[in-house]
Design a binder for this molecule. Structure first.
Ligand code: SF4
Ligand code: SF4
Length: 67
């Protein structure tokens, strides 16, 4: 599952874009905010959720990873 970004909380700092090892994020054009542009390259490492200091990212683990 793709990470979810709370666009209201997000301050567009870009840390998640820089630090994601899967290159999942990109800055949207025209004020679209940060987009999960490549959700299929996410392997749910949790880096973005930890690095986003204002808690604007939530990584939902697939059911098979919760077992
Ligand atoms: S790290 Fe958090 S606040 Fe910064 S751009 Fe990403 S989602 Fe927004
Ligand atoms: S969980 Fe890891 S791979 Fe997935 S978007 Fe966040 S930092 Fe990138």
């Amino acid at each position: 599952m793709a990470p979810r970004i709370d666009q209201v909380k997000c301050n567009l700092c870009g840390v998640c874009i820089e630090n994601c090892p899967g290159d999942c994020f990109e800055m949207g054009a025209g004020g679209d905010g940060v987009l999960v542009a490549r959700p299929l390259t996410c392997w749910h490492c949790g880096t973005c959720e930890v690095d986003c200091l204002i808690g604007a990212i939530y990584v939902e683990l697939p059911i098979m990873m919760l077992a």
